[in-house]
Design a protein. Structure first.
Length: 567
């Protein structure tokens, strides 16, 4: 795939330190760049620099078939500041008239065409370089959105990733002459727009190579004129420099009929691909290896020996790490996964053996590329599906399985809605970012410890707690953190020292663990914490689950003592 390279265009704009005379006399060489650009996968549709002006507009294909070379070559170059205007005219026996006038009205080749690039100056008000505006018709039709940090008009591709379709590339300089402004667009997208709008891209260009600091005007010019299929230009040179200007036509490589056929092919189920998975065939009570294609599955209402669509497939827990690592692209809910603008896995869960599981019928709904990803983690079952999944998915009942982390999040969510003075609302983003560890990875476990600490412990505000404790007569050390102050406040409200310490201890343990596993503790301390978690609880997931359970009880005990009723 040939994409735009800024260095190639810069070479046309900047006079080299060697072979200066040859470069100055060879403006016509720049036309070769336009020929290559016309066949690239990313087209330059606008460029402005010291020795370059390229300005693309869309002309009705009927107006440039066949092209009028003289009009395209000798007609004026549409300027970026040409735009829609309200014209006022008087005379000619018609009196006073006012009317809307579109851009591109000065050339018969561009009549009825579309401008793509606009540059408007707000004189005396706007500071800095003139902004680059894109045709809203083009941007809206292609479903694009400007993303400032990418300096591009973007959309989500079929995999949920951000795709730069139109790029705005600028090299800023204190000297305006040294700047470079470029706009590019992916060829496939412009082709689609041109085919549907019955237009073709016309790039008007002017390449002028002179020594700008000392150029005083042209002398005896050696003129030439060139005409090729869809390319028309003229130029000249003298002892000081050279120039070439004209127009090149880039026609769409796709037709409307081909676009419609591609749409049909995309929706044709016969063209879909399906991966094979190891599953537990619930109907026949055996493990089988089968395709997830609909014709290899059945449901409760069909008489068939084929496996049910709700036969579970099991996976190594690492399958979830990709989704946890990219929360911008993936929404990892407690029981479902969504890839933005791409796909949705209706349900999944984790069984007692630590295996992730879902149903083969839901895997069939995923794109083939995603099916292959899941297939790479597919294993034979080491146990049944989770009790929660059996209740909700098979029996169709509400789950009665207690989930400590979900319970804690629910309490924090209610606390956020009516926060006391000592609580800083945590918000949905922090809550969503806090998950159970799913693997035996120390890093994943440490990341989740950090997330739990940020969700719960960082919600307690030290100063308001200090004021409450001091008002209740407790003597505080200024160095104490919020949890130690909370312990004193619990004592002030009638709890014994032992009871207060026991209430706060799980939260202190979380905060201490965060310091060890994500702070600047020694490797030995980190390793010791990992060994203790595995030894005492069997796995990082079990350890984290117990911590969440104890923290939920601790938070509810604090709320009870503080007489805070959540709604």
């Amino acid at each position: 795939m040939k994409l735009f390279k800024k260095a190639e265009l810069e070479a046309l704009a900047e006079c080299p330190k060697v072979d200066t005379e040859e470069w100055l006399s060879s403006a016509e060489d720049s036309v070769s760049y336009l020929k290559v650009n016309a066949e690239s996968d990313e087209l330059v549709i606008y460029a402005s620099a010291k020795s370059i002006l390229i300005h693309g507009v869309l002309a009705l294909t009927s107006k440039v078939t066949p092209p009028d070379g003289h009009d395209l070559m000798h007609g004026s170059i549409p300027m970026p500041d040409d735009c829609w205007v309200i014209q006022r005219a008087w005379g000619g026996g018609q009196g006073h008239r006012m009317y809307l006038e579109p851009p591109l009205s000065d050339s018969k080749s561009f009549e009825g065409g579309e401008k793509l690039i606009y540059r408007r100056s707000f004189d005396g008000v706007q500071q800095g370089p003139t902004p680059i505006e894109l045709s809203q018709k083009l941007v809206h039709s292609l479903d694009l959105y400007f993303v400032p940090e990418r300096k591009a008009y973007c959309r989500l591709d079929p995999r949920g990733e951000i795709e730069d379709v139109i790029r705005v590339i600028q090299r800023k300089s204190a000297d305006a002459w040294e700047g470079l402004d470029v706009v590019t667009i992916l060829r496939k997208d412009l082709d689609k727009f041109m085919a549907l709008s019955e237009t073709s891209l016309v790039l008007k260009f002017d390449f002028t190579r002179v020594k700008w600091g000392s150029f005083s005007g042209w002398g005896e010019i050696e003129h030439y004129e060139r005409s090729e299929p869809d390319l028309f230009y003229q130029g000249g040179k003298d002892g000081q420099g050279s120039f070439a200007y004209g127009a090149i036509i880039i026609r769409p490589k796709v037709t409307v009929d081909e676009l419609v056929q591609a749409w049909k092919d995309e929706d044709n189920l016969k063209n879909r691909q399906y991966a094979k998975f190891k599953i537990y065939d619930r109907k026949n009570k055996t493990n089988v290896d089968t395709s997830c294609a609909p014709e290899f599955l059945s449901n409760y209402f069909q008489k068939s020996d084929l496996p049910w669509e709700v036969s579970p497939a099991f996976f190594r827990p690492e399958v979830l790490l990709r989704f946890k690592a990219d929360p911008e692209r993936f929404t990892l809910e407690d029981r479902s996964i969504t890839c933005r603008n791409a796909w949705h896995l209706k349900t999944y869960d984790i069984n007692e053996a630590g295996q992730v599981h879902t149903y083969i019928g839901y895997l069939a709904d995923l794109p083939y590329e995603e099916q292959l990803y899941w297939q790479s983690f597919n294993v034979w079952p080491q146990g049944a599906i989770s009790e929660r999944a059996y209740q909700t998915d098979i029996l169709g009942e509400w789950s009665t399985v207690h989930d400590p982390l979900t319970a804690l999040k629910h309490t924090i969510s209610k606390l956020d809605k009516s926060p006391p003075e000592w609580w800083k609302p945590r918000g949905a983003a922090l809550s969503d970012a806090t998950r159970y560890p799913v693997t035996d990875s120390p890093k994943e476990w440490a990341d989740e410890i950090l997330a739990l600490d940020q969700l719960l412990i960082e919600g307690f505000l030290g100063k308001p707690l200090q004021m409450l404790a001091e008002a209740a007569g407790r003597k505080l050390d200024p160095k104490w953190g919020p949890l130690k102050v909370m312990q004193e406040l619990l004592v002030a409200k009638g709890r014994s020292e032992t009871e207060a310490k026991a209430t706060v201890e799980p939260m202190q343990r979380i905060h201490g663990l965060r310091t060890v596993v994500k702070g600047h503790a020694t490797t030995d301390k980190k390793r010791k914490a990992e060994i203790e978690a595995r030894t005492e609880y069997g796995s990082f997931r079990s350890h984290f689950t117990q911590l969440a359970e104890e923290c939920d009880k601790a938070l509810n005990e604090v709320l009870s003592v503080f007489e805070i009723v959540l709604k």
